[in-house]
Design a protein around this ligand. Structure first.
Ligand code: HEC
Length: 299
């Protein structure tokens, strides 16, 4: 009993300090966070979508942009239309929406998708007449006209797929950067989307593969990689040992649906069929009676 009395406060203290430590662990804002830009051009549509997200998630604290009617908290949340907010870079706004700020501003990394967070930035920027969005290089702007080559390398241990996109028009393989590559897995009815990734300076895009996709008996599945725009596209497919091994049930196995070796016992089949016949007979009888009523009506 005495031992417990001594150790309990220590445990409590350790627990408390760990949880306080976790709570106050704020991700630092880096330069690359600051310089981050949206991957799409802000349009009226993205602003409208952003307004809806803003009204649902932010308005309760930040009020209506431009009206300075934010909640009275300490520190004050501030008005997103204010000069202070508009002095933030797009990347900084995105960062605070994603990770939160201080003790009061919540993080939205899990509640709002990445493109919706950029929509909110677009909405906040719509209150700044001087705002000019940084140039975005859209994947569809990338020139994909040459002799394209798309190659996949599969790393089984790391569950990683590395795609290389090159253009060998003049006989030399040149990497194509900033192109979007889509990776999917062929399934029985259509393709299962794994993800999208942009090629870097070396024409390389990297995909981390989910661990729980069933493959065939050898764990193989068929990868499909695609890159393209309106004018040109390329896709490759390749078998890769990235799936879980799945042994399919054979058609003739004892408990399979279409088993023809093992049938149900005769008495079961007969009683099932006679029950079916009885129900059908009753239905037929009712229909006949209905017809009779109709004929009597006519007379
Ligand atoms: C629970 C109240 C609350 C909600 C909800 C909230 N915020 Fe905040 N926000 C704050 C507070 C308080 C601050 C100031 C934090 C600080 O400075 O320590 C802040 C700060 C910010 C900042 C940083 C401003 C700066 O000058 O550094 C941005 C950007 C921001 N909020 C945007 C949003 C957006 C967008 C949403 C909705 C997705 C949102 N906030 C939802 C309370 C909130």
């Amino acid at each position: 009993m005495r031992v417990k009395n001594i150790t309990t406060p220590f445990f409590l203290l350790a627990f408390l300090s760990i949880s306080v430590g976790l709570m106050s662990q704020v991700k630092p804002l880096t330069d690359s966070d600051k310089q981050k830009v949206a991957a799409f051009k802000f349009t009226n549509e993205s602003q409208t979508r952003g307004m809806q997200q803003y009204n649902n998630n932010c308005k309760s604290c930040h009020g209506d942009p431009g009206k300075k009617n934010y909640s009275n908290l300490d520190p004050i949340p501030g008005d997103p239309a204010s000069a202070e907010y508009q002095a933030l870079t797009d990347g900084e706004m995105f960062f605070y929406i994603t990770n939160g700020k201080g003790q009061l501003m919540p993080m939205f990394a899990n509640a709002i998708s990445e493109s919706q967070r950029w929509d909110i930035v677009a909405y906040i920027r719509s209150f700044n007449p001087n705002y000019i969005q940084a140039e975005v290089q859209l994947a569809s702007d990338v020139n994909l006209s040459g002799a394209l080559r798309l190659k996949l390398d599969v790393f089984k241990e790391e569950k990683r797929v590395v795609a290389l996109l090159t253009d060998s028009t003049d006989g030399v393989q040149k990497p194509i950067k900033s192109a979007t590559i889509k990776l999917s897995v062929k399934r029985q009815f259509g393709n299962l989307n794994i993800g999208e990734s942009q090629t870097n300076e070396l024409g390389i895009a990297i995909f981390d593969f989910p661990v729980d996709i069933p493959g065939n008996e050898e764990g193989l599945l068929e990868l499909i990689a695609f890159a393209g725009n309106e004018s040109k596209e390329i896709s490759v497919s390749q078998l890769a040992p990235l799936g879980l091994t799945v042994v399919p049930t054979k058609l003739l196995e004892q408990r399979s649906w279409f088993n023809i070796n093992k049938k149900a016992p005769l008495w079961l089949i007969i009683s099932y069929l006679s029950a079916l016949a009885a129900v059908g007979g009753i239905l037929l009888y009712v229909l006949l009676q209905l017809k009779k009523i109709k004929e009597m009506n006519k007379e």
